[in-house]
Design a binder for this molecule. Structure first.
Ligand code: NAD
Length: 249
């Protein structure tokens, strides 16, 4: 085992899988921290932890980040919905140790984001770009954060500002499609874990880049890969994206 891991939110859906799959990534679980009775974060010190992974709740994120800052411990933050205060705490921790935060830790999605930007650049202005995402009926927000990240990558490949070109759904007499438009459509229903498709529609040819999430372990495996990467000897302090983890890991 090459790293001793503390899991914050260890009793949650993600936390339980992090504990179960840690060994796959050469990590041993030294501390399990949760709101309901598990050892407090400070116990992680006694357990000689090398890296902290947090998939808990927004309210806990600043405390986890401050703990990592104070003790110079690498941090992988999976908790979502963070605001400026929580990101400020992550920035502070990143002055002392490597910090990886991603809204989606799937290795496949992060590779797709990279490919989408490159394809948009290579294919050029004569290909129209559309992003289509599908999720289960319980999802309350649209489009998904991942669809937005894919659209941002495509826009970056084109040299566009996404907010200036994004077109969310279409209805009625919408007129001919302008070239400098990036369509984003959301489908909701059933138990779909998450599907994202980026379409490049040219004259006489089209390309589709697609990711399908089959279960939530993809996020767990990505976060554990990031934890092993962050805990590697000599890794410099700083804030990192999952894309940077994949490109350099
Ligand atoms: P969950 O509700 O099943 O688990 C959260 C756990 O955190 C619970 O066990 C809860 O008791 C615990 N908790 C609450 N307060 C705490 C505290 N102060 N300290 C420590 N633990 C505390 O939720 P989940 O589905 O496991 O998701 C957890 C987080 O991970 C959410 O923010 C979710 O959006 C996020 N998530 C991120 C990704 C990603 O790829 N970045 C993927 C899936 C989920």
């Amino acid at each position: 085992m090459s790293g001793r891991l503390a899991v914050v939110g260890a009793a949650g859906r993600m936390g339980r899988r992090l504990v179960a799959l840690a060994a796959e990534h050469g990590l041993s679980v030294a501390a399990q921290i949760d709101a309901d009775g598990a050892p407090a974060l400070d116990a992680a010190l006694a357990a000689r932890v090398d890296v902290v992974v947090d998939f808990s709740v927004k309210a806990q994120a600043p405390a986890t980040a401050e703990f990592c800052r104070a003790f110079g411990l690498p941090l992988v933050m999976g908790t979502t919905g963070l605001g400026a205060d929580e990101h400020g705490a992550l920035d502070a921790a990143a002055e002392a140790a490597p910090v990886v935060w991603a809204p989606n830790f799937s290795v496949g999605v992060n590779a797709l984001i990279d490919l989408v930007e490159r394809a948009a650049r290579m294919l050029g202005q004569r290909f129209d770009v559309e992003v289509v995402e599908a999720h289960h009926r319980h999802k309350v927000d649209a489009p998904s954060g991942t669809a937005r990240a894919l659209a941002e990558a495509a826009a970056a490949g084109r040299g566009w500002d996404l907010d200036a070109v994004a077109r969310y759904g279409r209805e009625g007499i919408v007129g001919a499609r302008p070239g400098d438009e990036l369509g984003i459509s959301s489908v909701r229903g059933g138990s779909v874990v998450g599907e994202h498709q980026v379409l490049y529609l040219g004259e006489g040819e089209s390309i589709a880049l697609e990711h399908r999430a089959l279960d939530r372990d993809i996020f767990v495996r990505g976060a554990l890969r990031a934890a092993a990467w962050a805990a590697a000897p000599g890794r410099a302090a700083g804030r990192y994206t999952m894309g940077e983890v994949l490109r350099t890991g």
